[in-house]
Design a protein around this ligand. Structure first.
Ligand SMILES: *Cc1c(COP(=O)(O)O)cnc(C)c1O
Length: 401
């Protein structure tokens, strides 16, 4: 017989109560039921480089990583992460004290926030934000203070005065994401320098999610926040192999930061997964050492896909914001007209889109605390085969036909 719960107290704790269900599950089920093309969730539909897959197979066969790897990550990977930072940004983190391997960027975010926050602390984060940020801030007992990115002249902008005004005496940490999911904005050197100066002035920690560091287009440039004056000892930088090498299922991510910060993050990380992804760590070490031609080819491929989808969405009648980084395009549905756009309600639009056009997208409002600020925006992922994108585009064109 099942045990009765002793009171009316809900099973899910109060900190997580508001995060009950995700839109991704609902939309993926809808995609399956309607045979729709799923441009909702952001994972590639082709796997990463063959030689990297073979490196994982070899590690597994050779018995490397099949038992608990070292807590900070295998030395080969920590060395490769440091070398990659040197090659791209001229940084030279010590692989032993300034690099920590995690179970994807997701665990790095969780461990950093759980390690660095006290209950009652405030965290200023860019809104819309990646869904795990809000939940992890809540798990840490802290409070999130969103600063809303707003569209202007074809892209989303951070209002630096709003950011400054959001900082209070209770603010402990800025949580930054660039290139930014879901808006596709890449913070400029000027914007980053203001963020850095604010962090220094108010003595804040900064956690920066840079998992799309390799996916920047046109004249956009990814500059790590940790490279700005005064940032080295206050910044936790997070990245991951999932997006850069198209192996989102491997869950190999990492933190780079000054030794005291790495030690703090590791204190939380050791009680989450302890370690993860043993054989894959060796394979990612080889991936990070791939020649520049891999990274350039990957970027060029994604850029071409962006252009296919952006042109198709514009032709179908959406307002398309310029994606300078990531593999997402944010659109405004209102130009489709009141009927088609359900009066600018992205939720209703996305629930109807699979039946109407055979395509799944995500309403950006799920990434907002100020739901109304995100209401008319809808996100499409373009990390899919070109033929799939072309089919999606031709289906979407029937919308306004
Ligand atoms: C995909 C994604 C992550 C998660 O990365 P994993 O390595 O798969 O855990 C974190 N942040 C952002 C912004 C992402 O888009």
């Amino acid at each position: 017989m099942s045990r009765m719960t002793s009171s009316a107290r809900p099973l899910l704790n109060r900190r997580l109560a508001e995060f009950g269900t995700t839109i991704f599950a609902e939309m993926s089920a809808l995609a399956l039921r309607t045979g729709s093309i799923n441009l909702g969730q952001g994972f590639p539909d082709t796997d990463g480089p063959k030689e990297v897959r073979e490196a994982a197979v070899k590690a597994l066969r050779d018995g490397r990583g099949n038992q608990y790897p070292p807590g900070p990550g295998v030395p080969e990977l920590r060395t490769a992460i440091a070398a990659h930072q040197q090659r791209r940004y001229g940084l030279s983190p010590d692989p032993d004290t300034e690099v920590l391997v995690t179970a994807g960027a997701t665990e790095a975010i969780a461990a950093a926030l759980l390690a660095l926050l006290e209950p009652g602390d405030e965290v200023v984060a860019l809104e819309p934000y990646y869904d795990s940020y809000a939940a992890c801030v809540a798990l840490a007992g802290a409070t999130r203070i969103p600063v809303t990115l707003r569209p202007r002249e074809g892209r989303f902008h951070l209002d630096l005065d709003e950011l400054r005004d959001a900082v209070t005496d209770r603010t402990r940490l800025l949580l930054i994401n660039t290139p930014h999911n879901p808006t596709g904005t890449v913070l400029t050197r000027e914007e980053l320098s203001v963020i850095a100066a604010l962090a220094v002035e108010r003595d804040l920690l900064v956690v920066t999610d840079e998992v799309y560091e390799h996916l920047v287009y046109d004249d956009a440039e990814h500059v790590p926040l940790s490279t700005f004056p005064g940032m080295r000892d206050r910044t936790v930088t997070i990245s991951s192999a999932g997006k850069t090498f198209s192996f989102t299922g491997w869950k190999v991510g990492w933190v780079t930061a000054a030794p005291a910060l790495v030690t703090a993050v590791r204190s939380a990380k050791q009680y989450l997964t302890y370690v993860a992804s043993g054989p894959f760590q060796y394979a990612v070490a080889e991936a990070l050492a791939l020649p520049d031609t891999y990274f350039e080819g990957f970027r060029a491929d994604m850029l071409a896909k962006r252009d296919v989808l952006a042109a198709g969405l514009a032709e179908a009648g959406f307002e398309v914001f310029r994606t300078a980084g990531t593999y997402f395009i944010t659109t405004d549905i209102r130009p489709l007209g009141a009927v088609l756009s359900k009066d600018g309600d992205g939720f209703a639009f996305c629930r109807a889109l699979p039946e109407r056009a055979g395509v799944v997208a995500i309403p950006n409002a799920v990434f907002y605390d100020h739901r109304e600020a995100g209401a008319p925006f809808v996100r499409f992922a373009f990390c899919k085969q070109t033929a799939v994108l072309e089919e999606a585009v031709s289906r979407l064109k029937t919308l306004s036909a």
